[in-house]
Design a protein around this ligand. Sequence first.
Ligand code: ADP
Length: 200
Amino acid sequence: MVTSYMQLLQRDLGPNLTENQNQYLNFAIDGGRRMSELIQDLLSYSRVSAVEPQRELVDFNEVIKDVQIHLRTAIAESGASVISSDLPKMTADGSQVRQLFQNLVSNAIKYRGESPPVIKVSAKHVDGDWLFSVADNGLGIDPENRQRIFEMFSRIHDRSVPGTGIGLAICQRVVERLGGRIWVESTPGEGSTFYFTIPG
Ligand code: ADP
């Protein structure tokens, strides 16, 4: 409502607005958009915590296909390629798992380097658990920030990249509710690999 009415005001006043007034309205519209994004992300975070996870058979290959459809604009604009190996089927909450992969793949695109993103998703069985990885060739993450990025609101890159700092906190919640853990390994300037486990 706030953003829409600001935009209407901007349109109706159009040529009568001074350059400064137009800029004030743009700031207000942008602020409204960011507030809405923040509320959506906070709701997603609280839903993951509050709602009892569904137990259904999830084909992780289908999840990756869905994620690519959902992120098709970002993938096309950045020239990204998403390469995934044969992934397992297992009992989990499909919508939470989708959100987990969507946040990781979308970050791999957002925090890309000079070359088009190449994102590799794979899974292997290790000591009775599934170990998943989402690897990118993006900006990378300094060692001192590798734990911090999973905290709410923590952002370590250029603030001009849109975001709320909640995505990885959601990923951590989803993985922990499945009984696993999540971490990142990275070479700054070359890329990052996010790992998470899901028990057997
Ligand atoms: P957001 O993307 O909204 O800022 P996230 O919680 O998803 O929030 O990520 C937190 C921070 O971690 C990001 O702001 C970014 O600085 C860093 N980050 C996340 N994913 C990657 C990645 N694949 N490569 C480099 N940095 C990343």
